[in-house]
Design a protein around this ligand. Structure first.
Ligand code: GLV
Ligand code: MN
Ligand code: MN
Ligand code: MN
Length: 392
């Protein structure tokens, strides 16, 4: 809690409430600097990788390392815990192990992944996707933020070489196990600490509706080709399609040009859709797309659909989970989650597990996100015990 208090004023968003911290923006760079100082103060060796992720090593980097960590960026107007809790808990867990006089026989490190939320460049888990090759450097570097700055330009300004980005087999092969601690994001946990069992299949799509820009007063209703209408109908279709545990969300709509007295010429609508498995997720998106196409046609508009990111269902490593359970006690519950994580990207490549800290309200991706100090302390203790077990 004192470490979270250290960064409590960094990146506050006065307009939205909460925090807006995005990959390679001024605020995230300040947080990376803070992390570097905290890690170095503890005698850790901080080395950025080629993709903009930060690694802080206890011991020489080497194969079979035990890695923990999370991210420091947020969604627009996000909470204090999603991301930073995992980073701060990692630093604290290292303190606990040092105080216990623990000497690891495997290298240990804390990793801070860049742009986990995709709040600036649109693709979530960008740093871990780059590292694992789930996105190419070429595709990542072309992503643009709301001001037209590309990820490649932002990375370059932060001191990284876009030409050297991309799948990093050396970094990946050093990871013997990855354990990410995170605040739980629903009300799925009724004890302080649990494990994650799986993550829903999950993707993001952009629907661009095109009509005809015109005057809000002078254009009679019959003469309009207003793209906001099929956009609105698509939002309702998303709600209807998301049945039986599937989730479909429209959290962002941008009309162009965006004037109160202007019929938009186009509207961009972003869909976030998730479900238990890949075919079901595709089915939900298919239903929404069908409805969007029909609505666009009826309103004299056009729609173009672009898949911006995709990830299949994640099942965390059963062996690693049982080793974590051995360390923590067999009663530690495991629960599925609908939230995405860098751990979900890494899970396709290396043994990966997650520790969840109870969320008493179930609120996340919002300023009200909260976890009790005692539960956070239990998270640190569980992480320390887990790392000790894995690295001894
Ligand atoms: C990341 O937190 C996500 O689930 O979108
Ligand atoms: Mn998040
Ligand atoms: Mn997160
Ligand atoms: Mn006018």
């Amino acid at each position: 809690m004192t470490d979270l208090a250290d960064i409590a004023d960094v990146g506050r968003d006065a307009r939205r409430g909460g925090y807006s911290r995005h990959g390679f923006d001024r605020v995230e760079l300040e947080l990376r600097e803070w992390f570097t100082q905290e890690a170095e103060r503890r005698g850790l060796d901080v080395r950025p990788d080629r993709n903009g992720n930060l690694w802080a090593w206890w011991g020489r980097p080497g194969p079979d390392a035990v890695i923990t960590g999370s991210h420091l960026d947020s969604v627009p107007g996000g909470g204090a815990f999603d991301g930073p809790l995992g980073v701060v808990s990692a630093l604290q867990a290292f303190d606990v192990l040092r105080a216990r006089g623990f000497t690891p026989s495997k290298p240990l490190a804390i990793v801070v992944f860049v742009e986990e939320e995709g709040g600036r460049f649109g693709v979530a888990c960008l740093g871990s996707r780059l590292m694992t090759g789930a996105i190419t450097a070429e595709a990542a570097c072309k992503l643009v933020d709301a001001d037209g700055v590309t990820f490649g330009e932002a990375a370059h300004a932060a001191g990284f070489d876009p030409l050297r980005m991309g799948r990093d087999d050396r970094a990946l092969s050093s990871v013997g196990a990855f354990v990410e601690l995170h605040v739980e994001q629903g009300r799925g946990l009724d004890v302080p600490v649990g494990l994650a069992s799986s993550i829903l299949a999950h993707g993001r799509w952009r629907y661009t509706f095109r009509g005809e820009g015109n005057h809000a007063g002078a254009t009679v209703i019959e003469d309009r080709r207003d793209p906001m209408l099929p956009a609105a109908r698509m939002v309702l279709a998303a709600r209807r399609a998301a049945t039986s545990g599937a989730r479909a969300t429209v959290g962002r709509i941008v009309p162009n040009p965006g004037g109160t007295n202007v019929i938009a010429s186009s509207v961009d609508v972003w869909l976030d859709a998730r479900a238990g498995d890949e075919p079901r997720t595709r089915e939900v998106v298919g239903l929404i797309t069908e409805a969007a196409r029909a609505a666009a046609e009826e309103e004299g508009c056009e729609v173009r659909v672009t898949e911006e990111s995709w990830g299949g269902t994640v099942h965390f490593d059963p062996d690693l989970m049982s080793r974590v359970r051995d360390a923590l006690g067999g009663g530690t519950p495991a629960l599925p989650t609908g939230a995405g994580h860098d751990a979900g990207i890494l899970a396709a490549h290396v043994p990966t597990a997650m520790l969840f800290v109870r969320n008493p309200t179930g609120i996340s991706h919002a300023p009200e996100e909260f976890a009790e100090a005692d539960d956070c302390a239990a998270g640190v203790a569980a992480l320390a015990t887990t790392l000790e077990h894995l690295a001894r």
